[in-house]
Write a protein that binds this ligand. Structure first.
Ligand code: HCI
Length: 346
C-alpha cells in the first residue's frame, strides 16, 4: 500500500466466508468516471493487493489520457486466499456478487471490465447486478474480448520501435514473448507474419505445445530475462523489470502488453542509460481501453477502434522523439504527452 498515494479514493472490503479482500482504487475522475479491469489473484497480504491496485489504477489514468478517452483510471483487485482455479463455482459467484455490490456503491464513479483471471462471461454476471461494466460477451450485448485490439496496438508499438532503432521492419529480428495468453499469442502471429523469429515462454504446457506447432522456439520461464533477443515483449504479469534486471536484460527494446512491467522508478532510467528502448506500457497496451471505451461509450465501430489502435505506434514515436530531445526516459516523455492531452498532472 502506498501511504501517500495521490489518487482519488481507495475502498476495501473483506468477506469472512471466502477470505477474500476486495479493493477498488479510483486514481482519477478528472476526465470522466474511473475505469479499469477487475483482477482476481493471490497476493501475499492486503497491503500488496492495495499497492498493486493503486499502481494499476494510475496506469489506467495515463492510458485513457494518452488516447484522449473521456475516462479516468481505476482498477479492482480481488485478492484470493487460494489460486483462482481452486475456487468452487459457488464461491466465485458469491465473490462476483459482492464485487458488483461494491461497484454499485461507487455510484458510477467506477466502471470495470475484464482483466487477469476475469472474462467477458464474468462481466455478464456482474452486469446482472450493476450497470457499470464494460466488456460483456457479444451474446449479452457487449463488445467481448479486447485481446485482439490490444495485440494490434502492441504490434504497432513494436513496428514503431523497429523503425526508431533504424531496423526498418521486424524482418529477421528475434522477438521474445513472455506469456502467450490471448494477447501474447495474437502478437506472436503478427510479428511472425512480419518475418520475425519468435521465442516464447509460458508456464502452461498446452500453450507451449501450440507455440511449437506454430514453429516458435520455446525457452523456460526462468530463462526469460537472460535469453538474448532484439525485442523483449512482456505479456504476462507486471513488475518483472527492476533496476538490476534493467542493467542486464539482453535486449535492444522492451515492447509488450503487460501493465507496469517496470518494478521501480529507476528501471526506466537504467534501460535508457544502456540504450535499451522502452515502449511505455500504458501507450503500447492501450488498445484494450480503445476497444472497450471506444465501442461501448463513444459508439465507434470496429474499423475506427482498429485504426486508433494501429495509430498507437505514432504516439510511441512521439514519446521516443521527446525523450531523445529532452534526454529523459521514454516513460517520462509519454507521461508528458498524456498530461498534454488531459487534466492529468505530469
Ligand atoms: C486495461 O487496459 O488494462 C484494461 C482496459 C479496460 C478499460 C476500461 C475498463 C476496463 C478495462
Amino acid at each position: 500500500m502506498i501511504d501517500e498515494w495521490p489518487g482519488a479514493s481507495t475502498v476495501g472490503r473483506f468477506d469472512p466466508e471466502t477470505g477474500v479482500q476486495f479493493v477498488i482504487c479510483l486514481d482519477s475522475i478528472l476526465n470522466g468516471p474511473a475505469a479499469g479491469g477487475t483482477r482476481a489473484t493471490h497476493y501475499a497480504d492486503r497491503a500488496s493487493a492495495i499497492e498493486d491496485a493503486q499502481r494499476l489504477a494510475g496506469a489506467m489514468t495515463l492510458k485513457m489520457a494518452v488516447c484522449g478517452l473521456p475516462m479516468g483510471g481505476g482498477k479492482s483487485v480481488i485478492s484470493l486466499p487460494v489460486p483462482r482455479e481452486q475456487l468452487t463455482s459457488r464461491e466465485w459467484e458469491r465473490i462476483l456478487a459482492i464485487h458488483a455490490e461494491n461497484i454499485e456503491m461507487l455510484g458510477g464513479n467506477y466502471w470495470t471490465g475484464p482483466d487477469v483471471n476475469t472474462t467477458s462471461a464474468d462481466m455478464d454476471v456482474l452486469a446482472g447486478k450493476t450497470r457499470y461494466v464494460f466488456g460483456r460477451s457479444e451474446a449479452a450485448g457487449g463488445v467481448g474480448s479486447s485481446a485482439p485490439t490490444t495485440a494490434l496496438g502492441v504490434h504497432s508499438a513494436m513496428r514503431a520501435t523497429a523503425a526508431h532503432l533504424g531496423w526498418g521492419t521486424l524482418d529477421g529480428r528475434t522477438v521474445l514473448i513472455q506469456g502467450v495468453g490471448a494477447v501474447g499469442a495474437d502478437l506472436a502471429s503478427r510479428v511472425a507474419d512480419d518475418g520475425a523469429r519468435v521465442i516464447v515462454a509460458d508456464p502452461s504446457p498446452a500453450r507451449l505445445a501450440e507455440a511449437e506447432r506454430r514453429g516458435y522456439a520455446v525457452v523456460s520461464t526462468s530463462d526469460v530475462l537472460t535469453t538474448p533477443c532484439d525485442v523483449f515483449a512482456p505479456c504476462a504479469l507486471g513488475g518483472i523489470i527492476d533496476s538490476s534486471v534493467a542493467a542486464t536484460l539482453p535486449a535492444h527494446a522492451v515492447v509488450g502488453a503487460a501493465n507496469n512491467p517496470l518494478a521501480d522508478a529507476t528501471a526506466s532510467q537504467v534501460l535508457a542509460d544502456r540504450g535499451v528502448v522502452f515502449a511505455p506500457d500504458f501507450v503500447a497496451n492501450a488498445g484494450g481501453a480503445l476497444h472497450l471505451v471506444g465501442r461501448e461509450v463513444l459508439g465507434w465501430g470496429a474499423e475506427e477502434v482498429d485504426a486508433r489502435a494501429a495509430g498507437l505506434g505514432k504516439i510511441i514515436k512521439a514519446a521516443y522523439d521527446l525523450a531523445d530531445r529532452e534526454r529523459i526516459p521514454t516513460d517520462a516523455a509519454a507521461r508528458f504527452i498524456a498530461a498534454g492531452r488531459s487534466a492529468v498532472p505530469a
